[in-house]
Ligand binder design. Structure first.
Ligand code: HEM
Length: 495
């Protein structure tokens, strides 16, 4: 018996050292994963995530450090929770982490092969990014569409004025989402696709909202690919259904425009659709009508909820701190004047306190708390650890924003902290990267930046805000974006 046991042990030791240990050594880098909780067989550490993974992973990284690894089902996940390590990933080794882990529901309509959000860095992705940079979000393009945003924000103010006159509360997040959707739909198609009145039929708004809910719902098929054929929560089926409907809406607009172009009388050719169709008609273009539909889809899905939930958090923080609300309003009155001039985008650069409010909101409530998950393209050595090829990278922006070694008094809403330091969110200050950094950084930042300041400034310049009961619940809810758990319902009062 003893001989048999010793023999088995020797064989085990042999296999362990020669196959397992040596198998983990690749290309000369020490095959040592960053520290992390010990995984259970099959499920790994999935049970540690809970309903608020940004909170639970922040707590775990206090034990294991700002570069942590854990197994989620069969997926090796690396969690980054400090500016220093974030810089290693998205500056020093940016190209090696520029791919995406694609959720199963992201395979709907082959979006993983066509959407800018999911494509790996390659020719097609570069073409889409170049089009976005040159034709959507360049300073020239944004300056020339200023009037459109001014008009849409005026409609927002008219709606709030109606609520004020009739003593109705305003659902701030939903109202901001309507404005953002209409800014985008006019920019793209020259039409409104959403209405403020919640009683009217809201097919498009509802579909965008449903797709965002799917995007934020955890899916077992993402952790256990073997379950994919079963589509355990029916998320892919739902994503297929809603995406078909959204694409059909775009199809109608594209079809109508093509018909107008063929008769030589397009009602509008100066919007993004006109421009994309021009590009698609050039000989060497790789932009098909299908690519156009998915690009438009990306803009609505990535741009709406992110912008509206940031505005909702900013308003909630200011309503909670009336002295900061008055400070922001006084600055607006000083720069714009008290008479009835409207707030314009050209005023933003003269409003340092308003800018600080937006920064502080994005620090405390990053709308995309883990960035859109990146993926390691090859094995990479970071700080003496190996990040294995195909590992999923989550950068916990929420944890970084709460870290008192980075931000003194981190739990307090204190816009003043940004008045003295030149920290910005444009991707070079790794303490504050709500839009990401490096190649995959949000291309919509220049538009989001203008929209956030314009909507927030207009809402607080024209109105004072109260809430029923006077106390706000500030807890958050994890999803496609980090939202307020309870929607902010606020009462506008004429200033
Ligand atoms: C990607 C944040 C608004 C379009 C991203 C990413 C973040 C982000 C964190 C992922 C970066 C990464 O993975 O490293 C935000 C925030 C916004 C906002 C905080 C507003 C407050 C917008 C707007 C648009 C937009 C208005 C367009 C209309 C996109 C697209 C991507 C993206 C297309 C994917 C880029 C790629 O994978 O190459 N955004 N975003 N975003 N965003 Fe935004």
């Amino acid at each position: 018996k003893i001989i048999l046991i010793s023999l088995s042990l020797s064989i085990f030791t042999f296999f362990y050292f020669f196959f397992i240990r040596s198998g983990r050594r690749k290309s000369g880098v020490a095959a040592r994963l960053p520290p992390g909780p010990y995984p259970l067989p099959i499920i790994g550490s999935i049970f540690k995530l809970g309903g608020k993974p940004h909170h639970s992973l922040a707590a775990l990284s206090k034990t294991y450090g700002p570069l942590m690894s854990l197994k989620l089902g069969n997926r090796t996940t690396i969690v980054v929770s400090s500016p220093e390590i974030a810089q290693e990933f998205f500056s020093k080794h940016d190209i090696s982490f520029s791919s995406r882990t694609i959720p199963y529901a992201g395979h709907t309509h082959d979006r993983h092969k066509i959407s800018m959000v999911w494509l790996p860095v390659g020719d097609q992705w570069r073409t889409l990014r170049r089009i976005s940079k040159e034709h959507l979000f360049s300073i020239r393009q944004l300056d020339s569409s200023q009037l459109l945003r001014k008009k849409k924000v005026q409609q927002l103010l008219d709606f709030v004025q109606d609520c004020c006159d009739s003593g109705r509360t305003v659902n701030i997040g939903e109202t901001a989402a309507t404005t953002t959707l209409n800014v985008l739909s006019n920019f793209i198609f020259s039409v409104d696709l959403a209405e403020y009145d919640s009683r009217s039929s809201q097919e498009f708004k509802d579909l965008v909202w449903r797709l965002m809910v799917i995007g934020g719902t955890p899916n077992l098929a993402d952790f256990f690919p073997v379950l994919r054929p079963l589509d355990p929560h029916g998320l892919l089926r739902k994503a297929n259904l809603y995406t078909s409907k959204v694409l059909a809406i775009f199809e109608r607009h594209i079809g109508k425009r093509l018909q107008e172009r063929s008769t030589g009388s397009p009602a509008s050719n100066k919007d993004l659709l006109g421009l994309l169709l021009d590009i698609s008609e050039t000989e060497e273009s790789s932009i098909s009508l299908d690519v156009i539909r998915h690009l438009i889809s990306d803009l609505f899905l990535a741009g709406t909820d992110t912008t509206s939930s940031t505005l909702e958090w900013a308003m909630a923080e200011l309503i909670q701190s009336p002295e900061k609300m008055s400070k922001a309003r006084s600055e607006l009155e000083e720069v714009i004047g008290k008479e009835d001039r409207t707030f314009q985008e050209s005023d933003i650069s003269r409003l340092p306190y308003l800018q600080a409010v937006v920064k502080e909101t994005l620090r405390m409530h990053p709308p995309v708390p883990f960035l859109v998950p990146h993926k390691a393209v090859t094995d990479v050595d970071v700080k003496g650890y190996v990040i294995p090829q195909d590992a999923q990278i989550l950068c916990n922006l929420w944890a970084m924003g709460q870290d008192s070694s980075v931000w003194p008094d981190a739990l307090r809403f204190e816009p003043e902290r940004f008045l003295e330091v030149g920290i910005d969110y444009k991707g070079s200050n790794f303490e504050l990267i709500p839009f990401g950094a490096g190649r995959r950084m949000c291309p919509g930042l220049p538009l989001a930046d203008r929209m956030l300041h314009l909507m927030l400034g207009s809402l607080i310049y024209k109105f004072d805000w109260k809430i029923e009961g006077g106390i706000l619940d500030m807890s958050d809810k994890f999803g496609f974006t980090l939202q307020k758990k309870l929607p902010l319902m606020a009462i506008p009062v004429k200033v």
